[in-house]
Design a protein around this ligand. Sequence first.
Ligand code: FMN
Length: 382
Amino acid sequence: MSEYVAKGSGDTVEIPNLVIGKHTARLPLVQGGMGVGISLSGLASAVAREGAVGVISAVEIGMSEPDYRENKREANVRALRAEILRARELAPEGVIGVNVMVALNNYEEMVSTAVAAGADLVIVGAGLPLGLPALVADSDTAAVPIVSSAKAIQLIGKRWDTRFRYCPDAVVVEGPLAGGHLGFSFEELQHPETVRLEDIVVEVMEAVRPLEDKYGRPVPVIAAGGIYDGADIARFLCLGCAGVQMGTRFVATFECDAAEEFKQAYLRARAEDVEIIRSPVGMPGRAIHNQFLERVQTQPEKIKCRYNCLRPCDPRTAPYCIADALINAKLGRLDQGFAFAGANVYRVDRIVSVHDLITQLMEETSRHLAQCPSPPEHGHRQ
Ligand SMILES: Cc1cc2nc3c(=O)[nH]c(=O)nc-3n(C[C@H](O)[C@H](O)[C@H](O)COP(=O)(O)O)c2cc1C
């Protein structure tokens, strides 16, 4: 347990640990994996050092390798391994995860690389990771799917149980307010009140109960999407979540691996700039509106696919190359790319250190948890 003293009140409220498989983070907080160079070892290690879970995204992680364009596959594998080892060196006691998208063409290879390099957990979304237990077998790496519905975790849980006798080590539930690609239809996203994260996490907790009973251990449920401050964190812990995952807040930190211009786009964003886009991979995504996004709508670019990165992308019909756009954004060239961001990005008004961000979040959480009718237990859901 971590003790944070709620400022002004003198109350001390214990904040529960987050136990995932064989790994325990002191704080119930996960920094969401953010692809194409936004969360690498710099951000992940800073977060892990503070006692939360730091997550490296594997998506196009090799973009800065000299042979990336000719030898993309090997460059990605090499860079992922190097980033995990670097994060481990910078945060030897911390919990380090790797985020991989099922939709990646070399998804299995990237998961196996993360496992071999000693990642504490793999967090896998953008598709159903039905074969994931085989990839983490005989390792200490925990397997954590990302879902957006109870139905999805039911399917995954059933397959893992019957085929592998494996119970998910935790599950991240990503709601409609998250940044990046989203697991909802455009229609649902127009009416987010019909797919509230608060409702989905409760349904997911129900859905994993039979697995918890069968395997005799809790399946920690981690809420993600639109969680902005300690009041939000406390609300989800009170609902019975074991932790929360946050992305947008961690972009606005000194340690985030994106270019300064990317972070400045967050500071400039107003509520009306946040939009749902149709990503070239066919899924909706949430991003900050800019001239690039406006231009490609009316003037699609001619794509010469150099990356072959995502299974659902068809370069013959895609209006632009999403890998190029996101690489440009990460490097600060926002006239040739765009920034993914969560629905609350317009509230970000400064760049802070990871230490200050997490300290503030935990103080707020502690204060709000004091009002929770039945405070969450250590490392377990109620
Ligand atoms: C810039 C950015 C990139 C992201 N990239 C990925 C990704 O590659 N894979 C993934 O599973 N989620 C990705 N996400 C989602 C985050 O991991 C996280 O779940 C989400 O941002 C939580 O919502 P919040 O931003 O409102 O806190 C991304 C989010 C952002 C803001």
